[in-house]
Design a protein around this ligand. Structure first.
Ligand SMILES: N[C@@H](CCC(=O)N[C@@H](CS)C(=O)NCC(=O)O)C(=O)O
Length: 198
């Protein structure tokens, strides 16, 4: 069984648990006490020099960055989650996954981090919502007439992008994003999703 540092409650780690559940495998959580700074302790920094979660350990193989962990889990356990076996399709999985982490998560993060950082000013909230809306509009257009982000089946891109939006959507008015909301509704019905987030 793979070991993972980072609990289901962590936004970045949760997408790895979701991927594992879709792949039909379990991850063994190694608890890290953030209050005690265990994620910045020397022993952990040897595994992940960023001092962040998640980190996956499979014997001698150590991987950090949630998208890389998801690729590893899928490649070893359920390659069907890579969708069509074709370079363009694989590139599109990467395209949307990297886009979501680089732009969407960055825009949403200040909103959902308020749980820990304290409330933002109304101006700050409005700016973060506008920024998030700008990125979501791109996905909204893409999802018109589509059931999944890439191709005709559920793939790792749906997990990578969906997990980010699920984390932040309660801080947004989703009324303008009907295609995204429809797609999220379908994802939320998946047994693996419910197993992790339910
Ligand atoms: N890009 C990284 C982000 C990892 C990340 O920011 N993890 C957060 C929890 S969601 C963390 O460990 N924060 C603790 C810290 O930065 O001290 C990934 O996707 O794995």
């Amino acid at each position: 069984m793979y070991k993972i540092y980072g609990s289901k409650g962590s936004g970045s780690a949760s997408r790895c648990y979701w991927t594992a559940a879709e792949a039909g495998i379990e991850l063994e959580n190694v608890p890290l006490d953030f209050q005690k700074g265990e994620h910045k302790a020397e022993a952990y920094l040897k595994l992940n020099p960023n001092g962040k979660v998640p980190t996956l350990v499979d014997g001698d193989v150590v991987i950090w960055e949630s998208l890389a962990i998801n690729n590893y889990i899928v490649e070893k356990n359920k390659p069907e989650l890579f969708g069509e076996n074709d370079p363009a399709s694989h590139a599109h999985l990467s395209q949307w996954s990297y886009w979501a982490l680089a732009h969407l998560q960055k825009a949403l993060e200040p909103l959902y981090m308020q749980k820990w950082t304290g409330a933002m000013s109304p101006e700050g909230v409005a700016a973060a919502q506008a920024d998030s809306g700008k990125w979501l509009s791109i996905l909204e257009k893409h999802m018109a007439g589509r059931d999944f982000i890439v191709g005709k089946t559920f793939t790792i891109a749906d997990i990578n992008v969906g997990s980010i939006i699920f984390t932040g959507k309660d801080y947004l008015d989703m009324i303008a994003f009907q295609n995204i909301s429809r797609w999220l509704g379908v994802l939320a019905e998946r047994p693996a999703y419910k197993q992790v987030y339910g």
